[in-house]
Design a binder for this molecule. Structure first.
Ligand SMILES: [Zn+2]
Length: 427
């Protein structure tokens, strides 16, 4: 069954390789109509649909360039270029600008740098890399479709293990509450938050995202830039909520964790809130949450899930080199010690090297490792209890921790990661 972009495309220019569009048949859009659509401000949408269409057909990229008195958008496929759409030359600049806007490049620069961005459709997420060039006969755009993300990002492709996936889907189905995603750096957070958002989203829900930079475009969401949103609402999330009344609010990065108190109250009032914070490890993320200046009973019953994720680099298996030295387990927490001692006794340890296959980096790809605690009744009791912070923390870790330790230990045994890169999981 054709997806929405295919549909649009069939109606647009039904003939894939010809130089002229076919006679407009029943339900198809004539060139005049297409022009009218562009003229009415649908340029960005048209460009987005073209890219999604090309990706869905397995093309490797799209090029927009002037040809004679037309501006032509062609797709690149194994069999050579395929003309997708053409417009009168006067649309060249508006289309060029539409691609710039679509890629999320800040305005002002005449020829923006190469930019990676993502587009989201109902079937998944496509990663793209746009180059803006000045050709001999005018501006050109070349968009490469990056293969890695073509299959789409969903919860199970982010790095959740099956148990984590199951419980995350279950709590997201409640459709409200606060979900916290902590990580030591910015990488990978948006991906996880967006995959959770997709799981919690239902058509008709008013969805606001506050992002560091726009990457995952979705027609169904209202997508804001964090700095602009902070200026407009003086950094006050309740004011944002009062004006925009979101059913779902996703904030990629909350610079001031004290503002989590406001977000808890929003969630208490019924909004589904997904929020990213930067913390070094899971323990720090939990401490931040448990020391918030809020009623612990509200905290216990409005929080749904707190997770920490860390991206680890995967060693290039072609060139990794074995090291005889055994890692020191001095910093390892008691709960992990026995298993790690076994690993240290049996397994080999590796360091990155560098070869042609990995461009000399020694690494080949990254993977998110996730630890989480869902707010089950047992967890709620502990959080709302009278204990000290440290008592609560140690009880929480025993109650319902969905640890990354198992995956990390497997990767260590197989020599896929350096010990140094995964050591923070064992503190
Ligand atoms: Zn290598």
């Amino acid at each position: 069954m054709p997806s929405a972009p295919d549909d649009l495309f069939e109606r647009f220019f039904p003939e894939p390789s010809g130089h002229e569009p076919l006679e407009p048949g029943e339900g198809s859009i004539s060139r005049e109509e297409a022009e009218k659509w562009l003229a009415e401000g649908g340029k960005k949408r048209v460009c987005g649909q073209i890219l999604l269409h090309a990706a869905s057909r397995g093309m490797s990229g799209v090029r927009m360039s002037p040809v004679g008195r037309d501006v032509v958008i062609e797709g690149r496929s194994g069999a050579g270029p395929v003309r997708l759409l053409s417009f009168p030359l006067r649309f060249r600049r508006p289309l060029f600008d539409a691609f710039i806007e679509l890629a999320g490049v800040p305005g002002g620069s005449e020829l923006p740098p190469e930019t990676v961005f993502h587009l989201e459709s109902e079937t998944g997420v496509v990663a793209l890399q746009a180059s803006f060039l000045r050709g001999l006969s005018g501006p050109e755009v070349i968009v490469k479709i990056l293969p890695d993300l073509r299959a789409g990002i969903s919860l199970d492709s982010v790095g959740f293990n099956p148990g984590q996936l199951d419980i995350t889907e279950k709590v997201l189905r409640k459709g409200n509450g606060l979900f916290l995603v902590s990580s030591p750096g910015p990488e990978g957070v948006a991906t996880t938050l967006f995959s959770m958002l997709r799981e919690g989203y239902r058509p008709g829900l008013r969805t606001i995202t506050v992002e560091e930079r726009h990457r995952f475009r979705n027609e169904g969401y209202i997508q804001l830039d964090r700095r602009q949103a902070e200026e407009r609402f003086s950094g006050d999330w309740s004011r944002l909520a009062e004006s925009l009344e979101p059913d779902i609010l996703m904030i990629e990065h909350l610079p001031d964790p004290a503002a989590l108190a406001d977000l808890l109250h929003l969630a208490q009032a019924g909004t589904l809130v997904l929020c990213g914070i930067r913390r070094f490890n899971f323990d720090r993320a939990l401490r931040t949450l448990l020391t918030l200046d809020v009623d612990q009973f509200i905290l216990a019953h409005v929080m749904r899930l707190v997770l920490h994720q860390r991206l680890v680099k995967l060693l290039c298996m072609e060139c990794r080199r074995q090291v005889p030295a055994r890692p020191s387990l001095r910093m390892v927490g008691e709960r992990y010690r026995a298993e790690l001692e076994r690993i240290v006794a049996d397994a080999s340890f590796y360091l990155p090297s560098g070869c042609l296959k990995c461009d000399g980096t020694g690494y080949s790809g990254r993977m998110a490792l996730i630890e989480m605690i869902p707010f089950t009744p047992g967890v709620q009791n502990i959080v709302a209890s009278e204990g000290t912070l440290d008592e609560k923390l140690s009880r929480l870790m025993e109650e319902d921790l969905y640890s990354a330790a198992q995956s990390v230990q497997d990767m260590l045994r197989r020599g896929m990661v350096t010990y140094e890169d995964v050591a923070p999981f064992f503190r």
